[in-house]
Write a protein of this length. Structure first.
Length: 483
């Protein structure tokens, strides 16, 4: 089965969140299960690993004076990188400049990626040894034009591969002024409420939702939530209309990377059969972050984009109360400047008890997952979430708001009278509800046998990509068989 992934990021080469993890891990597992996979992502800033890149071919893009080049790593020929320096080789991140502002030409930048993807999908890039996919799997708004462009090919009598469009976060919709239709060379007759128009704007995301053959999102609960007016972000009507084509498939985690039994970032390794090594990880974390070396402190951690969606403001509102107790708190992430500043100011007031690192630090994130006692994830909405699964695997029971993938993966431990929970679930997304959940978590922590049972239940569960990949293979097969 020939499957073509198109995305805007892929770890470790480019990553701003969970999307990069998904597009790195899922194709690898699909390949192990027998699929013939290719992945196309833009080639962003020059990095040391580029020394291993080699050019495969040049792609001439319809309606554009610019050409793109497809490069690959010698030891990873299945991963294709779109090299177009004017669009992608810039300071800052994949979507924003160094000051955190969206690139003004994002529509053109990702429109170019979509056009290149269609040329490959239609087999018109002959230097790729005639490879042509049966399934094109698109991810988030940055690739939403591909199903639409392929539908335009079909209108003029061309055969096309089947398309799957995955919603990683409905909040990011790729909306732009309808004037973009002209530079993108898109027909105006499809700019209407039943097509690409979204409340007066042109939307990349809506194009994908309307024209893809099948839709998926990253957890079963989120698939239900986005069909409601509360969580549908203005697209719930369309999603209800397409409910028969919408499937929620829970993301997985890469257990070869997130493995406390072999993680090279940790000072000591451990697993569910012997968790003693976790105490050394806590001591080490307290040391490197300047926290008081006290094993009796209930050490809470949060690794997140510092934005309101993630509920970090709920945590910050509770800091003064929490710091009056035997509780320590560490926060790692970047985001809105006012939340970054608020967190740093709070930490300055509680040296030895609270630490904040405004950074993206993969190694430190592993050390935090292993060294903390419990993980805070109070997201107001969360399509899937990966950190709660990392936390379960690392024996750090998560405290989560009951939403999306958090509700699909974390079961509340209740009052401890039944051995069935793996974390602490609260609702609604308020400081009072979060405070109550933290209180319950700390009460468990103060009872070592009860806490150990909770840790072991979480660590023994399987959230690997294997089951997820098989569900996608079944979906692909059903689409090919139907055709």
């Amino acid at each position: 089965m020939r499957v073509f992934f198109v995305a805007s990021e892929m770890a470790p080469f480019s990553k701003t969140g969970g999307l990069g993890d998904v597009t790195a891990a899922l194709p690898r597992i699909l390949h192990a299960l027998g699929a013939d996979i290719r992945v196309l992502v833009p080639l962003y800033q020059t990095r040391p690993w580029m020394d291993g890149l080699q050019k495969i071919c040049t792609v001439h893009v319809p309606f554009s004076e610019k050409t793109g080049e497809i490069w690959s790593l010698r030891d990873q020929p299945q991963n294709w990188f779109l090299h177009q320096p004017e669009y992608y080789q810039r300071p800052g991140g994949p979507y924003q400049d160094p000051h955190g502002q969206d690139w003004r030409d994002n529509a053109e930048r990702f429109g170019f990626l979509n056009r290149v993807a269609v040329e490959i999908a239609q087999g018109r890039v002959t230097e790729l040894d005639g490879w042509r996919p049966e399934i094109v799997h698109l991810h988030d708004w940055q690739t939403g034009l591909v199903p639409y462009l392929l539908s335009l090919e079909e209108r003029v009598g061309a055969n096309r591969p089947a398309t799957v469009f995955t919603i990683h976060n409905l909040a990011y919709q790729g909306r732009c002024d309808p004037k973009i239709l002209q530079p993108l060379h898109l027909p105006e007759e499809d700019f209407h409420p039943g097509g690409t128009e979204l409340y007066g704007s042109f939307s990349f995301l809506k194009a994908g939702l309307v024209y893809a053959d099948r839709l998926t999102t990253v957890s079963p609960r989120y698939a239900q939530e986005i069909q409601t007016s509360e969580s549908g972000m203005g697209l719930d009507g369309l999603l209800r209309l397409r409910s028969g084509d919408l499937t929620g498939i829970l993301n997985g985690i890469d257990t070869s990377i997130w493995n406390p039994g072999a993680d090279p970032n940790l000072p000591s390794h451990y697993d569910s059969s012997s968790i003693t090594g976790k105490s050394a990880c806590k001591t080490r974390l307290q040391s490197i972050l300047g926290l008081d070396p006290d094993s009796g402190m209930f050490l809470l951690g949060m690794i997140s984009r510092l934005v309101e969606q993630k509920g970090c403001d709920l945590v910050l509102q509770l800091v003064h109360e929490l710091m009056q107790r035997r509780i320590q708190l560490v926060i790692l992430g970047t985001g809105d400047s006012h939340l970054e500043q608020w967190a740093q100011e709070l930490a300055a007031g509680y040296p030895g008890q609270m630490a904040v690192r405004i950074a993206f630090d993969e190694g430190l994130s592993h050390q935090i997952e292993a060294g903390i006692d419990a993980f805070l994830m109070p997201s107001r909405f969360e399509p899937c979430g990966l950190n709660q699964m990392y936390s379960l695997r690392y024996g750090s029971p998560p405290v989560v708001h009951e939403t999306g993938g958090l509700a699909d993966t974390v079961r509340d431990a209740g009052d401890g009278t039944k051995d069935h929970g793996n974390g602490f679930v609260f609702r609604p997304a308020t400081t009072d509800a979060l405070r109550s959940a933290i209180d319950r978590a700390e009460a468990f922590f103060r009872q070592p046998e009860q806490w150990l049972g909770l840790q072991r239940r979480g660590m023994s569960e399987d959230y690997s990509w294997q089951q997820t990949a098989q569900q996608y293979l079944n979906l692909y097969q059903s689409m090919i068989s139907r055709d």
